[in-house]
Design a protein around this ligand. Structure first.
Ligand code: FPP
Length: 257
């Protein structure tokens, strides 16, 4: 009843009428960013430890990378660990820090063959050696690849990203290499972790939370947002296709008419 009233007021189709298969001739978002949320709740529903949820979430990562590549997405950025996630229990942090190594030990060869280019987005400062060396190995093994750009946001925070850019710009101004009046949006973008990556066209967040959690705050100024109640370990290629199909139905006006 409420959904029907909502439909009447907003003129939006109900869930059953919403497109779920991308239009082959429609626009595929160049850059899709994903906040992979709900691993802990998925595990709790099954009386499993939280880390079991993260391991299940890693399987979803594998599937969605293939799905994004298959449909022609050019850049896929996955929020794997935020600057705030250090507050989690030590065991869970340790487990999350080991996941890149575990993931890459089984997936790297296939990703190399698929022509995927892997990058880490975030601060490298606090990461354990084994996490950083796994990421750096993947970056160097795939740096010549020209296919899907797969970014792992690891020890990433949107505010830290902006602080880093501001600090670098202040230093350049102090050194006389940049004039204050030269600072514009493009200059700020060039000093973010994502300097050579286009802004996301579509942001997906799973698990029913409707917030950004400090993810790419500058970069998502005009990104289309898509939220689902599905927990990340349950997120499938079909859900991914549904997000793309709904994106194709959006009118992006960038503040214009
Ligand atoms: C949020 O769910 C999820 C994370 C903080 C970690 C996400 C990591 C993965 C999905 C695996 C990453 C894989 C690679 C290859 C690096 P949550 O734990 O906050 O869930 P909850 O809100 O239900 O507790």
């Amino acid at each position: 009843m409420l959904e029907r009233l909502g439909q009447f007021l907003t003129n939006k189709p109900n869930a059953a009428e919403r497109p779920s298969i991308p239009d082959q001739n429609g626009e595929i978002p160049q850059h899709v960013a994903i906040i992979m949320d709900g691993n802990g709740r998925w595990a709790k529903q099954r009386n499993l430890p939280r880390i079991a949820g993260h391991r299940a979430g890693m399987k979803t990562v594998k599937e969605i990378v293939k799905a994004a590549d298959g449909i022609g997405v050019k850049v896929l950025t996955m929020y794997a660990f935020s600057t705030e996630n250090w507050k989690r229990p030590r065991d869970e942090v340790d487990f999350l820090m080991k996941l890149p190594q575990e993931f890459l030990s089984t997936e790297l060869e296939e990703l190399v063959e698929r022509n995927v280019r892997i990058r880490m987005v975030g601060s490298r400062d606090r990461l354990p050696d084994y996490t950083l060396s796994a990421m750096e190995l993947a970056e160097s093994r795939t740096k010549q690849n020209t296919g899907l750009k797969l970014n792992f946001a690891l020890n990433y925070g949107g505010r830290t990203d902006i602080v880093k850019a501001v600090t670098e710009l202040v230093q350049l101004v102090q050194a006389g290499k940049l004039k204050p009046e030269q600072v514009d949006e493009a200059v700020i973008s060039q000093h973010l972790y994502t300097s050579d990556i286009p802004d996301p066209d579509l942001l997906i967040r799973t698990s029913g939370e409707i917030r950004l959690s400090n993810f790419m705050l500058w970069q998502i100024a005009y990104t289309e947002l898509w939220f689902t109640d599905v927990l990340w370990p349950d997120f499938t290629i079909q859900h991914f296709h549904q997000a793309i199909a709904e994106y194709q139905g959006r009118a992006r006006r960038y503040g214009g008419v």
